[in-house]
Design a protein around this ligand. Structure first.
Ligand code: PMV
Length: 345
């Protein structure tokens, strides 16, 4: 048993190209999903533990008490069966995001990703295991999944796949795995993501309520089938480097996610008029300039404009000249495919 220790990790957020929407008991997905980790949008978390007769958890977000503390406490309580040592320690957990608080971009993936990395790191230290092994990240991914499904995909550099598919060996519902680099064409090594902030208001529907709405959804079965097909197509496309076909699949996934929400009971329309204007502009720009840009969207109104490094100047000019007027305070974040999580001293 160790008396005390402190660990810190920086974990990226990720953006899904094939969407996870709907789950089975045990936080298992109804279909496989595929995403890439971002470079700049990250959460840094440190956990300091000390042996104590009374187990206490203190959580600070950006040096202040935060409403997220409740979720952190119930997450740690649920992890007792994974990490029985938790109840012998008191915890000080401090966390901060690299992206603006009010940006309205999902942070649960990076938040639970960073927490899971810290907890798995402590667990492996207690057990005397070597955290440089690849299985460390698979273990952390499984722990992250229990906090937020999408967090399971934040553990790797590049593309990550969560959920069982017969297209990739080793894929499982229990944790995400990296998509092998030799399975993707080099054009995807420098994928860019301009996060266009349309509206930063708190989400109208939490993702847990959204997943719940898939139970009994009239399109549940066909959605699972569609996701498997889109994943299989995308894996093929990413091998071949066909960037036009990439846009088709990725946009189909984003719009299908919103179509599922619109056809749920109760239904939700999370896109705003400006989200639709941006989508139209992106399609027109692609057509008129033959530049393979595309968009994806999470469960909210913000648009992720995806493009390739070689078009950076033209795409940035397009954002400034044609899209900024539809953005809240003209704000957007210039992000890209990242390097994965990082242990901090
Ligand atoms: O991880 P959750 O429960 O916040 O769900 C995330 C769901 C989407 O962001 C809409 C899609 C995805 O695959 O990330």
């Amino acid at each position: 048993m160790i008396e005390s220790c402190k660990v810190a990790w920086s974990c990226p957020s990720n953006i899904a190209l094939i969407k996870y929407w709907g789950k089975k008991p045990g936080q298992l997905p109804i279909n496989p999903s595929l995403s890439f980790g971002l470079q700049k949008a990250r959460t840094k978390t440190s956990i300091e533990i000390a042996r104590a007769s009374t187990h206490k958890i203190n959580f600070l977000f950006e040096r202040k008490k935060s409403s997220f503390e409740k979720r952190v406490i119930s997450y740690l309580n649920e992890l007792h069966y994974e990490f029985p040592w938790i109840e012998n320690y008191s915890f000080l957990i401090e966390s901060e995001n690299s992206f603006p608080h009010s940006a309205g971009i999902a942070s649960s993936a990076s938040a639970f990703g960073a927490l899971a990395l810290c907890l798995t790191d402590i667990d492996w230290q207690i057990k005397g295991k070597d955290s440089s092994e690849a299985s460390f990240f698979e273990h952390a991914s499984r722990i992250a999944r229990l906090g937020s499904g999408s967090a399971s995909r934040s553990m790797y550099k590049g593309f990550a796949l969560w959920g069982k598919t017969n297209k990739i060996s080793g894929s499982t519902d229990g944790n995400a795995i990296p998509v092998p680099w030799n399975g993707t064409h080099p054009v995807y090594n420098d994928l860019r993501d301009a996060v266009l902030l349309v509206d930063s208001a708190k989400k109208e529907v939490s993702s847990s309520v959204g997943h719940e709405l898939m139970n009994g959804h009239p399109f549940k079965e066909s959605r699972a089938k569609q996701a498997h097909q889109n994943l299989s197509d995308l894996l093929q496309i990413m091998k071949s480097g066909n960037r036009d076909a990439f846009a088709e699949v990725v946009e189909n996934e984003a719009l299908s996610l919103h179509a599922l929400m619109m056809s749920s009971n109760p239904s939700f329309i999370l896109l705003k008029p400006n989200s639709l204007k941006i989508i139209e502009k992106i399609k027109l720009f692609r057509q008129q300039n033959s530049i393979p840009i595309s968009f994806t969207i999470d469960a909210g109104p913000n648009i992720h404009l995806l493009y390739f490094a070689e078009h950076v100047h033209k795409v940035h000019a397009f954002i400034k000249n044609e899209l900024v007027e539809f953005l809240e305070n003209g704000r957007w974040l210039d992000d890209r495919l990242g390097e994965g999580p990082e242990k901090m001293e």
